[in-house]
Write a protein that binds this ligand. Sequence first.
Ligand code: ZN
Length: 231
Amino acid sequence: MNSRHSAWRTRSDELNTVDELLANNRAWAREMLGNDPEFFSRLAAQQEPQFLWIGCSDSRVPANQITGLQPGNVFVHRNVANLVPGEDLNSHSVIQYAVEALKVRHIIVCGHYGCGGVLAALRGERVGLVDYWLTGIRALRDREQAALDALPDEASRHARLCELNVIEQVFNLSRTLVVKRAWDSGQPLHLHGLIYDVADGLLQDLGIAAGNATEAGANCAAARERLTGSG
Ligand code: ZN
């Protein structure tokens, strides 16, 4: 073996790791072609995903793997704590493109238990730039203070705030111009709120699926009431 090459390889674990990723990628592409020789040429021509996924950046919650979806099936936006803040150009650009250009039929907001962003907001921790990003969850925590305080421990409060955050984001989504315009024009579009448990790998439907603004308002309010015990 070339000694310079082996020295280079042992100097940096990180480069070894990226080498492994590239090797994995070649093996994966070969396998996909083995199963379906037209797979990549078909995808290269166009994408027609039915779903837009808005999830957390957390490495344990990868949209495609946990839903069994293939490349081309789901348009994905991920950020810390799966938020859709009104002023965020990034998420709203993704939503507009997904709804108006790709004509996705479903938008899924997926939260997860054990979310670090939600925990930072719950505790009121100051950790840097992300504090600005989490402003909306801190406001939600303050609004739901009584219901959260009634829970026995921080783990339950954390889990509940993760759930309430998904409901809040689905409601926000239902009030965006892009979604309202789609509904007003009769475009079929459903919003969904899911939560993923990193401890067992299972997704749970929070029961707030909505195909119009009235349904979204009613279902989000009912789910919030179920979880907080208040109307
Ligand atoms: Zn998270």
